[in-house]
Ligand binder design. Structure first.
Ligand SMILES: Nc1nc2c(ncn2[C@@H]2O[C@H](COP(=O)(O)OP(=O)(O)OP(=O)(O)O)[C@@H](O)[C@H]2O)c(=O)[nH]1
Ligand SMILES: [Mg+2]
Length: 266
């Protein structure tokens, strides 16, 4: 008995020389790319990127910035020299959220990603929830970080903003006949085949309707979806990019998508 215990201890001492407990326990996310669209988010990125590098070891972080005047391109260049896992993609000017995410998807495919995560860069999407979204891909092609699945979980939003978001989701669900509770969430993870299908399809939306459009397209093609409850918080720093044009598009786009589906068009 005594010698068994001794053997156990010496094995642990031996293993400890080569592997720290951290290495044994930490999963690696080398097959995953994170896609972050950014416009004037430098004050958030200085904290977000280091946190993501810790939380998803091995994953690459593609940051699609539209030449933000707040100095984001320089900040990204500095991050990339220190951590090659940070992949900046700087475009010449502001081209909208949807096209930024699409550019990130194309880059992720080019880098060979098997899984892709999208999230906002303003801490509305908690970096701590990223591993959970990735793990949910064991059960579906797309996992959605959902604010409204099994209750409402939003921190620090004005009631009018909450009502608008709840209404937008109900609106989309009714028009498109969706089962998803949070079809406008930008916090998602996708398996590669879903990304390939999204990138191959013609896309019409510019702003946040893009999120509804790609989810509906994936649903029509038979990709499976799962919702993971998340807590959504008001942005930490900086300003919202929500505009009247984005809201108008959100009103009309679901009808356009529904009619196209009824007519059997792509
Ligand atoms: N590259 C790029 N990123 C954008 C553009 N518009 C928005 N984003 C980014 O997309 C993400 C979501 O935009 P937000 O302004 O946070 O929109 P929101 O989350 O609906 O609004 P808030 O709750 O007020 O923050 C953020 O990380 C933005 O910086 C754009 O035109 N180009
Ligand atoms: Mg935001």
């Amino acid at each position: 008995m005594e010698s068994q215990r001794e053997l156990h201890f010496s094995c642990r001492r031996f293993l400890g020389k080569f592997t720290s407990p951290k290495i044994l326990l930490m999963p690696s996310f080398e097959d995953t790319c994170l896609v972050l669209a950014t416009y004037n988010e430098a004050s958030n990125l200085t904290n977000l990127i280091p946190r993501l590098l810790e939380i998803v070891p091995g994953a690459r972080i593609i940051v699609v910035d539209d030449n933000s005047p707040d100095g984001t391109p320089d900040l990204l260049a500095r991050f990339a020299t220190e951590a090659p896992r940070v992949v900046p993609l700087v475009r010449p000017g502001k081209q909208g959220y949807g096209s930024a995410v699409l550019a990130g998807f194309r880059k992720a495919l080019e880098l060979g990603a098997a899984k892709v995560v999208t999230m906002d860069s303003d801490f509305s999407h908690d970096p701590e929830s990223v591993p959970q979204l990735i793990e949910a891909l064991d059960h579906a092609d797309i996992s959605i970080g959902s604010r409204y699945f099994q209750g409402v979980r939003i921190l620090n939003w004005h009631v009018s903003r909450l009502l608008l978001s709840l209404f937008a989701n109900r609106y989309v669900k009714t028009i498109l006949g969706f089962k998803v509770e949070d079809a406008t969430s930008g916090f998602r993870a996708y398996r590669r085949p879903a990304i390939e299908a999204i990138v191959a399809a013609p896309l019409r939306s510019q702003g946040y309707s893009f999120l509804v459009e790609i989810l509906y397209g994936a649903h029509r093609k038979g990709f499976s979806m799962i919702e993971v409850p998340i807590i959504y918080a008001e942005r930490r720093e900086g300003q919202s990019k929500m505009s009247k044009g984005v809201i108008m598009e959100a009103v009309f786009r679901p009808w356009n998508l529904r009619f196209r589906a009824l007519l059997g068009l792509k």
